[in-house]
Design a protein around this ligand. Structure first.
Ligand code: A3P
Length: 352
């Protein structure tokens, strides 16, 4: 239940503070990482659960200036963001794929709002990050205004910029779609839930220590960071006819990567041969990305709990069947049926 402190937040986005009771309930359910934050917030439209640092950066995120040649990879978490980032990065640099051997993906393709997922103190303690920040943004830039956010803005050597975000359209600049191209990736809700469960165990910000059963219920209630998957996708569904939006599913990518890439190449108005497309698909193949990650690992802004495995987990479809009990499967399937009817679309959504 939201507290009384609901208000008009920065840039007209409505913000509610989660009540102390609800926060305690989430911690008791297993989200131990939330003991390190004073509160959580819900942002509307979309009832998006976020960490409170969003409030300090909301204006900057809303007013972030996209460039005409930017390519934005927008997703609900765990729907294939990283894969699509690597694919798009590769498609836009077909002759330079080897650069990925030494530079981690999240230094080649920035995560726009990642600053809100960690606390400033942790960032300030990261000397390497600060050094890169100073080199990119200069001595006058203030870390509290968002380190990665400002690095994304500065990014002089990344043209075209491939920008990752889990924020929905209403939280970003109104001209986003008119200015540049957005690729929105969707995934089966049950697989995304299993993957997000793993992620919530892996990342210390969340430090989830409860059962999958409880996590799945929080997921279905939209009580995970970034809120409800259907509400998130609804923001893309509402804009599905815009020529600068391309909606593709993780499952379709798995089924026929070359066909999906050919459509993305055409959407991005790139000129690539079939051989180049195949090379990029191979470059971003799960096992190749996992191997590269062992040499040039993704750098997270907060600590990771290595005991929970790695970011590159399984990379397949239908894995949820081995994880959910028959009772939970029935509950999730009813939830999916209900949400599909309410939203007017099914997940995974593929309009490619
Ligand atoms: P699993 O946890 O099911 O393995 P995101 O990048 O949006 O966080 O999504 C992460 C999911 O995509 C994880 O799914 C991860 O393993 C998978 N993934 C990452 N790179 C991939 C690739 N190159 N091919 C297929 N799946 C990939």
């Amino acid at each position: 239940m939201a507290s009384e402190r609901a208000n008009e937040g920065p840039c007209g986005v409505r913000v509610e503070e989660v009540s102390e009771d609800e926060l305690r309930g989430l911690v008791a359910m297993g989200f131990k990482g939330y003991t390190r934050v004073k509160t959580l917030i819900r942002v509307y439209p979309g009832r998006i659960l976020l960490l409170p640092r969003y409030l300090a950066l909301a204006d900057r995120l809303k007013n972030f200036e996209f460039r005409k040649d930017d390519i934005v990879v927008m997703t609900y978490p765990k729907c294939g963001t990283t894969w699509m980032q690597e694919l798009v990065w590769g498609l836009t640099r077909p002759g330079n794929l080897r650069a990925a051997d030494s530079v981690p993906l999240n230094q080649r393709s920035f995560f726009l709002e990642v600053d809100i997922l960690t606390n400033l103190e942790a960032q300030l303690n990261d000397a390497t990050l600060l050094e890169r920040f100073r080199a990119a943004c200069g001595e006058a830039a203030k870390p509290e205004d968002g380190i990665i956010l400002q690095m994304t803005q500065a990014a002089p050597t990344h043209s075209p910029r491939v920008i990752k975000t889990h924020l929905t359209f209403p939280l970003l600049n109104c001209d986003l779609l008119d200015k540049c191209k957005v690729i929105y990736v969707t995934r089966d809700a049950r697989d995304a839930c299993v993957s997000y469960h793993h992620h919530n165990r892996l990342i210390s910000t969340y430090q989830y220590e409860g059962t999958f059963h409880h996590f799945a219920h929080a997921y279905m209630d939209g009580d995970v960071i970034y809120g409800d998957q259907w509400d998130h996708t609804a923001s893309a569904w509402a804009r599905r006819h815009h020529p600068n939006l391309h909606i593709v599913s993780y499952e379709a990518l798995q089924q026929d990567i070359n066909a999906c890439l050919a459509k993305i190449v055409s959407f991005l108005r790139l000129q690539l041969s079939d051989a180049q497309i195949r090379e990029v698909a191979e470059h971003a193949d799960f096992s190749n990305m996992k191997t590269r990650d062992s040499k040039a690992p993704l750098t997270f802004s907060g600590p990771v709990r290595a005991s929970e495995g790695s970011f590159y987990r399984k990379g397949g479809t239908g894995g949820w069947e081995a994880v959910a009990t028959p009772a939970l499967t029935t509950t999730m399937n009813s939830w999916i049926e209900k949400r599909s009817k309410e939203a007017g679309f099914s997940l995974p959504l593929h309009l490619g």
